[in-house]
Design a protein around this ligand. Structure first.
Ligand code: BGC
Length: 707
C-alpha cells in the first residue's frame, strides 16, 4: 500500500478500531492453542470487556510463537475482523529465539559490536521465520547494582558501551535496506525508557530518583546513542522517575524522548504498566490511568486494556488527543505495511524448520559464547589444562547440567544445549571426563586417578532476570564448601562460574586459583567453554560491570564522582571500614592466557582544540600462540571542573584482532566533545585546563593534555 491508501484506511476506521490498533493482548483468546507456545511475562489482566466486536479490532499480540500457531491466530482474527488489518506479533527474544546466545551482559563482555549485531541478525531470522515481527530488545538500561536481577539483560555500567552495543543490536534486528526492514528482519524495541536500572536498592520495579544531570550524563546516554539507529519502538519503563511514573510522564516521554532525543516512532507501555498507574496511586481509576498514559505519549497499551475501555470518555473530554491517536495508528499501519503484512500476513511454515538453529547461527552462538567469557584470575597458570592432565573431574551444580541458557531464553530448549562435560569430551577425545554434583558423589578410585578438577559453580539461572532481585550475592555456602573441599584434595584445580550477575566472592576468592567467568553462554555453552579450558582458544572478554566484594558494597562502579575525602587508608575517607577499597574485579578487567603487551605509547599533540582532535597510539603485541581480540580502552580524567566529574570516563575503545605472535598498531581518538560535560545549568561545556589520559586499567596516566 502507498501512504495515501494507508491514510484512507485510517479514515475508514471507527474510533474503537483505532484504539484497537493501539492495544496489545496475549493470543489465547483467538484460537485454542497449546499454551506452551504462548509466553506470559507478567501478571494476568482481566479481559471482561473484550467482546467480539472489540477483540477483532486489536492491533498486536504478545508472546505467541511458531509459524503454525501464529498463522492460526492470524487467520482466525482476519476471518472475523471488519477491516482485515493483520495482527503484528511481538516477542521477547532477548538473547536469541531458539538458538540461544550468551545473556546480554555476557555478550557485552566481548565489547564487539559485530558480535552483537550478528547475534541480533540470526535472532531476527529465526523470529521472522516463526511469524514474529517485533522483538522487545535491546535493553540498554545502565546498571550498577548487582542486586537487580535484570543486570543480566543489560550491557553493563558504561553509558558509551551500552549505547553502542544497543545500536549494534537494533541494526542486526532491523536489517534496514533502502529505509525499510527487510523480510528476514524484525522491528526492534529499545527498552526500558528510562533509568529502569537505577531502582533504589536494586529492587525491581522500584522508584528512581536522580538529578537530570546524572540522567543526561549517564543513565540516559545509552538510549540517546542507541536511538540513532532508529528502532521502530521504544518501551516505557515501569519505574517512577523523580516522582512521576514514566508511563504517565510527559517530561520523560515527550520532552526528553521525543523532543530532546528526537524519537519519532511508536512508544509501547511495559506489561500492564498503564493499569499499574492505579497502584502507583497517581490515577484513581482505570479511566484516569488511560488518560494519563495517553496524554504522556504512550501509543500502545501492553496487555491491560484500559484504552479500549475508556476511549470514548477520554476523547470526549480531550478531543485534542485525537490527533496523536491518529498519528500513532498511522505509524502502526505503516509498520505493518513496511513488514509486508498487507501483502502476506502469514509465515511460511516450511521455511521455519530450515532457518531455526541452522549451522551458521549455532556457529555464531558458539563464537559469541567463547568471546563473552572473562578470565578473572589465573594464578600459577592453572588454566588452560596441561596436556598431561588426562583424567578430569568436573564437580559442582553446573558440572553435568544442560541448564546453561540463562533467563529469558525464549524458545531455547535445554535438550539442545552442550553441557560442560559433553563439551570437554568433544574438545579432546583423549580426556576422560566424569561429572559429579558434589565431591562426596565421586568414588574414591576416580579421585585417586584424577589429574585435575574443575569446580563448576555459580548461581542458578532462575535467580536472575525480571523479578529476581537479591540481597545475597555471595556464593551459596555449599558451593564455598565444595571449593574448599576441592582445594583440600591437593590436586590442581580451577573454577568455572555460570551466573546472570556479578557475585560477591571476597570470602572465597583466595581459595580459587583460576576463575573463568562464563555468565550464561547459551546453546553452545559447553563447546565454547571447553575450547577455552583446553587451550584451543584463549579467553578474551573484559568485564562491563564491576564485581562487588560483598553484597553490601553494591552498587559499585568505576565512574564514581570525586569526593572531598577520596578513599584511602584513613577512616575519615569515603570507604567502608570492613571492606577493601574498590571492587573485587573492576570494569574493564579480564585476562588472557599470556597477556597482551602494550608499548610505544604516543600522542599526536598535547593541546586539543575545536577542530584538532588528538590521536593516542600504541602497539599491542600478542606473545601467545592464540589469535584473539584484544580490547583496548581509553579513559579521560578532567583534573579540575566547575561541577564534580567522575574520576574516570571511558571515551573510546577498540576491539583489535591480534594474530598469534603478531602485533598491531592501534589509534584511539579523543575529540573536544569527549572532554565536555554538563555544567550546573545542564549546558554542555568544557573549561580550559588539563586532562589525563589512561589506557586500559593502567594506574598511572599516560599523558596529560590541555584544552
Ligand atoms: C518486561 C519487558 C518485556 C515485557 C513483555 C515485561 O514484564 O519488563 O522487558 O518486554 O514484559 O514480555
Amino acid at each position: 500500500m502507498d501512504n495515501l491508501q494507508l491514510q484512507e484506511l485510517l479514515q475508514s476506521m471507527t474510533l474503537k478500531e483505532k484504539f484497537g490498533q493501539l492495544t496489545q493482548i496475549t493470543g489465547e483468546l483467538y484460537a485454542d492453542v497449546d499454551d506452551r507456545e504462548l509466553v506470559e511475562t507478567g501478571p494476568e489482566f482481566s479481559r471482561h470487556m473484550l467482546e467480539n466486536d472489540t477483540l477483532y479490532t486489536i492491533g498486536s499480540v504478545i508472546g505467541a510463537s511458531s509459524a503454525k500457531i501464529i498463522n492460526l491466530i492470524q487467520s482466525e482474527y482476519l476471518k472475523k475482523s471488519r477491516l482485515k488489518i493483520p495482527l503484528l506479533f511481538m516477542h521477547d527474544a532477548i538473547h536469541g529465539y531458539k538458538t540461544i546466545f550468551p545473556i546480554p551482559l555476557g555478550l557485552s563482555c566481548t565489547w564487539d559490536a559485530s558480535v552483537l549485531q550478528k547475534a541480533a541478525e540470526e535472532t531476527a531470522s529465526e523470529l521472522r521465520a516463526s511469524g514474529i515481527h517485533v522483538n522487545f530488545s535491546p535493553m540498554v538500561d545502565l546498571v550498577r547494582d548487582s542486586r537487580w536481577g535484570r543486570v543480566m539483560e543489560s550491557f553493563g555500567e558504561d553509558p558509551l558501551l551500552s549505547g553502542d552495543l544497543g545500536k549494534a543490536m537494533i541494526k542486526g534486528y532491523q536489517k534496514i535496506r533502502e529505509g525499510q526492514i527487510t523480510p528476514t528482519g524484525v522491528a526492534a524495541c529499545l527498552k526500558h525508557f528510562a533509568a529502569y536500572g537505577a531502582g533504589i536498592g536494586g529492587k525491581d520495579y522500584n522508584t528512581v530518583d536522580m538529578s537530570l544531570r546524572e540522567f543526561f550524563e549517564n543513565f540516559g546516554k545509552p538510549y540517546e546513542i542507541a536511538l540513532e539507529e532508529e528502532p521502530r519502538f521504544v518501551m516505557s519503563s515501569f519505574n517512577t522517575f523523580n516522582g512521576v511514573p514514566v508511563t504517565a510522564s510527559q517530561t520523560m516521554l515527550k520532552d526528553i524522548l521525543r523532543e530532546r532525543y528526537q524519537f519519532d516512532d511508536l512508544v509501547i507501555s511495559d506489561w500492564g504498566a498503564v493499569a499499574e498507574l492505579q497502584n502507583h496511586r497517581v490515577a484513581q481509576d482505570g479511566r484516569e490511568a488511560a488518560e494519563l498514559a495517553l496524554s504522556a505519549g504512550v501509543d500502545i497499551e501492553m496487555v491491560s486494556t484500559l484504552y479500549l475501555e475508556h476511549y470514548e470518555a477520554i476523547i470526549e473530554q480531550h478531543p485534542q488527543l485525537l490527533k496523536d491517536v491518529d498519528a500513532a495508528v498511522l505509524k502502526v499501519l505503516q509498520l505493518k505495511n513496511e513488514l509486508g503484512l498487507f501483502d502476506n500476513p502469514y509465515a511460511d511454515e516450511s521455511l521455519e524448520q530450515e532457518v531455526i538453529m541452522n549451522a551458521m547461527s549455532l556457529e555464531a552462538a558458539e563464537e559469541a559464547a567463547r568471546r563473552s567469557c572473562v578470565l578473572l584470575k589465573n594464578e600459577n597458570s592453572m588454566l588452560p589444562l596441561r596436556k598431561e592432565y588426562k583424567n578430569v573431574i568436573l564437580v559442582g551444580p553446573f558440572a553435568g547440567t544442560k541448564e546453561l541458557l540463562g533467563n529469558w531464553a525464549c524458545k531455547g530448549s535445554f535438550d539442545d544445549v552442550v553441557s560442560l562435560a559433553e563439551g570437554l569430551m568433544q574438545a579432546d577425545d583423549s580426556l576422560t571426563v566424569a561429572a559429579y554434583e558434589t565431591l562426596e558423589d565421586c568414588p574414591k578410585n576416580e579421585l585417586d586417578k584424577c589429574d585435575y578438577i574443575i569446580a563448576a559453580i555459580g548461581e542458578h539461572w532462575g535467580l536472575s532476570g525480571e523479578g529476581h532481585s537479591s540481597v545475597k550475592l555471595e556464593l551459596e555456602d555449599r558451593q564455598q564448601h565444595l571449593i574448599r573441599a576441592v582445594k583440600n584434595t591437593n590436586l590442581p584445580y580451577s573454577c568455572v562460574c555460570f551466573s546472570g550477575r556479578p557475585l560477591a566472592l571476597q570470602d572465597i576468592i583466595d581459595d580459587i586459583p583460576s576463575l573463568l567467568w562464563c555468565w550464561y553462554p547459551g546453546t553452545r555453552a559447553g563447546a565454547a567453554v571447553a575450547a577455552l579450558l583446553t587451550g584451543q582458544a584463549t579467553p578474551s572478554g573484559k568485564l562491563t560491570m564491576s564485581f562487588p566484594r560483598y553484597s553490601a558494597q553494591a552498587p559499585v562502579y568505576y565512574n564514581e564522582f570525586s569526593t572531598g575525602r577520596p578513599a584511602n587508608g584513613s577512616s575519615y575517607s569515603s570507604r567502608y571500614q570492613d571492606c577493601e577499597i574498590g571492587p573485587l574485579f573492576p570494569f574493564g578487567h579480564g585476562l588472557t592466557y599470556t597477556g597482551a603487551e602494550y608499548s610505544n605509547f604516543a600522542i599526536s599533540g598535547r593541546k586539543i582544540t575545536e577542530d584538532q582532535e588528538l590521536k593516542v597510539s600504541f602497539t599491542v603485541r600478542n606473545p601467545s600462540r592464540y589469535d584473539y581480540s584484544e580490547i583496548a580502552i581509553l579513559y579521560i580524567e578532567d583534573l579540575i571542573s566547575k561541577t564534580v566529574r567522575p574520576t574516570r570516563e571511558m571515551k573510546s575503545y577498540q576491539v583489535v584482532q591480534v594474530p598469534s605472535y603478531g602485533k598491531v598498531d592501534v589509534e584511539l581518538t579523543i575529540t573536544l566533545e569527549d572532554l565536555k560535560y554538563l555544567n550546573a545549568d545542564l549546558q554542555r561545556t568544557v573549561e580550559p585546563g588539563d586532562f589525563r589520559i589512561y589506557v586500559n586499567n593502567l594506574d598511572h596516566s599516560l599523558f596529560t593534555i590541555e584544552y
